[in-house]
Design a binder for this molecule. Sequence first.
Ligand SMILES: [Ca+2]
Ligand SMILES: [Ca+2]
Length: 211
Amino acid sequence: MNKSACITGLIAACLLATSLAAEADPIYYNPTTNHWYGLVNAVPSSSPAGTRDWLTAEASAQASGGHLVTINDDPENVWLFDTFNLRVYRGAYIGLYQDPSPGVVPDPKADWKWISGELSSYRNWNPPSEPNDAMGPGSEQFGIMWLNFGLRSGYWNDTQSPKGFNVDDDSFRYGIAEYETNPVPEPVSIVLFGTGLVGISALVRKKAKRS
Ligand SMILES: [Ca+2]
Ligand SMILES: [Ca+2]
């Protein structure tokens, strides 16, 4: 099985296991990229409490029509930090990954890919050592962005997946998703209200013509 077929199969399995319930978290619009962003769940429904998983986060993003975020440049990175740093304790998964196939041990500094398929070479690893496979060769093959972690905030780290987290640190259970179109459908009530306003203004114009 080639690498992309492997990761696609893993994500498909997660999609089946992930609730497709609408993401309740707010969606934020970035006028510079003309994209939408939001936090997505990284905690598999089938796993013990306190486990997060990059594949589940990506499946959550795909369920709403996006991917884990591809960070293309410094302005997008700064915007993401400003938008999410007070909403997430420690960090959140981003769309960077290395080949997770069993037995594959990529160089920790090389062969990082964006799950969106974009080829952006922008990186903002936490200096001086990340990405570093801190738990041994091939141990950390998924990217996170530190959002609320002292001097590391705004920088990236390679980390494990799945990985345990302290459930008291409730916020470290997310990925950041990026969407090319707004994933939140316009609420029916707003559409009806808008139609009503059009009707009312037409009525007002008619009356004005008569008088
Ligand atoms: Ca992007
Ligand atoms: Ca690391």
